[in-house]
Design a protein around this ligand. Structure first.
Ligand code: FAD
Ligand code: FES
Length: 536
């Protein structure tokens, strides 16, 4: 848990604390009942909630307060200060909510309270079926229940496991630093208790939108009132000679990650084909397992097309400093039992090969059903497809982003939030999806946070000291801020994200101030808590 012991050394809110010490729009960390507690003030109102994020334990007191919410600084989950509810993923569980009493000049935290909001759906489909039990599908199923829908909910997944923490599969889990029990997002009882019919090892093979019927891989048919497509993506496969050899692995599922771990136990040398985010995270994790690792990358700078050359070079240097060997500008010509041969004839010895050359969205089912697709399933701002009552979310969805136009991204938080938004819209919320895309990626001690939708080809400016692992890269397209990639500046990137969420017409004069914020910690407050009507 993050910084729990030092948090308990802070003021004891049970004993009372001066109200004037918590200023309007600010949060203050203390403790009560043996737990870290965050007190926040908005006007004359005070709120008290648990101070530790329920995702990976991020310190909420270092996050961003926006209206009556707090944004976790690590992966931007949002909690309602009034109730403690985790209103936006990746956190799925609430934090505690506390009773707070003002007596004279002081306030006292006097006990926990259960303030579960009562919600009644505006519309009520006869049933909801979700195809794909991953990030988007799992988050959608839960959100239907949180919104007060008590009709039948069915979550159908081709995977052998119920929804799990996919990003961890290439990070701490693969590196051997996270136990298996951290991986499921929920225990099986959760789905039983929530009355969510969750099927594993079951593929939907056909959708008949006219009859509102699905066909399942076991031959059964299933009707639906509303349907959510959340079928995700699958790895692009190599077709070169030797690509089907048993020591060649891909990484998408928990079973894939387990397979790599199993093979890594008896391996000395690994070759990673593809210097993608996943390929490089695998390289890091296998180095943690003490394998010699070589990476083959087509480009000269890893991730440069997304992060820009400066950040891409930092990623390269970080890997090299930890012993990863790169072979840039090369492609594999053939895979053999004990080596990979490159297109220039060079042979890289190995007993394990992991391929990470990108993914393809699983849109076949939608195409067969006559749902409009074009590099993804096309949805409107409410995540509904051209067939009324059928929604799409996650890696397959291509939606009209208010800033970047129609986009499709492959990010965990975007998928979960789209699942949550789609669930609310299935129940009549009519809520546009306006989240600024966000992802994170880890490489040894380098933790990259990225918000927005830009590319290394945009106008790129670097602020701070990337080599000291404290700086940001700002991307501008047509004079407007399009994205920010940051290392070691996570509190500030939250604020910048908040700004970006209002950046449809980002004014030029703000850009200079924004630059200053990206580089100078002292100016970080410039953008504190500016109200935005868009979700962030
Ligand atoms: C190893 C790894 C690490 C990652 N790390 C990060 C990260 O650090 N940060 C980040 O932002 N993103 C990360 N991502 C990307 C992120 O995990 C995806 O963007 C996210 O999982 C997409 O969610 P989804 O629900 O669209 O698809 P998925 O989570 O892939 O779920 C789709 C599900 O649909 C099922 N399915 C497909 N077809 C059918 C069918 N016909 N019938 C039934 N079920 C079907 C699949 O079995 C799958 O379980 C990572 C991805 C991987 C693989
Ligand atoms: S730790 Fe809070 S969102 Fe991840």
């Amino acid at each position: 848990m993050a910084e729990a012991s030092s948090e308990l050394e802070r003021p004891d809110f049970e004993k009372g604390y001066e109200t004037k010490n918590v200023r309007d729009g600010e949060m203050f960390l203390g403790h009560a009942f043996g737990e870290p507690v965050l007190v926040a003030r908005r006007g004359e109102e005070l709120f008290a909630i648990g101070a530790t994020c329920t995702h990976y334990g991020g310190p909420l007191a270092k996050g961003l307060m926006v209206d009556c919410t707090v944004h976790c600084p690590w992966h931007h989950a949002r909690f309602d200060l009034r109730t403690g509810e985790a209103i936006a993923a990746p956190a799925l569980n609430s934090v505690a909510s506390y009773k707070i009493e003002k007596r004279g000049e002081q306030f006292f935290v006097t006990g926990k309270i259960d303030r579960k909001p009562e919600r009644i759906p505006k519309s009520y489909p006869a049933s909801v079926v979700i195809i794909g039990a991953g990030a988007a599908g799992g988050a959608a199923a839960e959100m239907l229940r949180r919104q007060g829908y008590d009709g039948p909910v069915t979550l159908i997944g081709a995977d052998e496991s119920l929804p799990y923490d996919r990003p961890n599969l290439s990070k701490d889990y693969l590196a051997g630093n996270a136990p298996e029990e951290w991986i499921p997002l929920r225990p099986p009882e959760f789905y039983r208790d929530q009355k969510i019919d969750a099927f594993t090892n079951t593929t939907v093979t056909n959708i008949d939108p006219k009859a509102k019927q699905l066909t399942l891989s076991d031959g059964r048919s299933l009707g639906y009132g509303a349907l959510l497509l959340a079928t995700g993506a699958e790895p692009v496969r190599l077709t070169i000679s030797g690509a089907a050899l048993p020591h060649v692995c891909y990484l998408r599922t928990l079973a894939d990650s387990r397979r790599i771990i199993e093979k890594a136990r008896n391996a000395r040398r690994a070759v990673v084909i593809g210097s993608s985010f996943i390929g490089l995270e695998v390289a890091w994790s296998l180095r943690e397992r003490k394998l010699e690792v070589a990476v083959i990358g087509r480009d000269s700078v890893p991730l440069g097309k997304i992060l820009g050359n400066e950040m891409g070079n930092l990623v390269r240097e970080t890997h090299e400093a930890h012993g990863v060997k790169f072979h840039f500008g090369r492609t594999p010509a053939a895979i053999h039992d004990r080596y990979v041969q490159l297109d220039d004839g060079m042979k890289l010895d190995c007993d394990l090969v992991v391929v990470g050359i990108g993914v393809r969205p699983n849109t076949r089912l939608a195409e067969q059903a006559g749902i409009a697709t074009d590099n993804g399933v096309l949805v409107n701002e409410f995540l509904e497809t051209n067939v009324p009552g059928i929604y799409a979310a996650g890696d397959i969805a291509r939606w009209p982003d208010p800033r970047a136009g129609r986009i499709r991204v492959e990010h965990w938080v975007v998928a979960q939030r789209q699942g949550q938004t789609a669930a609310r819209n299935i129940l009549g919320a009519h809520e546009p999806f306006t989240l600024v895309p966000f992802f994170w990626s880890n490489h040894f001690d380098l933790h990259i946070h990225y918000v927005g939708h830009g590319s290394g080809g945009d106008d790129v400016s670097v602020f701070g000291d990337l080599k000291a692992k404290h700086g940001s890269v700002l991307f501008r397209s047509d004079g407007k801020l399009s994205a920010i990639a940051s290392v070691g500046a996570i509190a500030r990137i939250s604020k910048l994200k908040q700004r970006l969420s209002a950046a449809r017409n980002f004014p030029q004069h703000d850009f200079a101030a924004l630059n200053a914020t990206a580089s100078t910690p002292a100016q970080a407050d410039v953008f504190q808590s500016r109200r935005s009507t868009l979700e962030c």
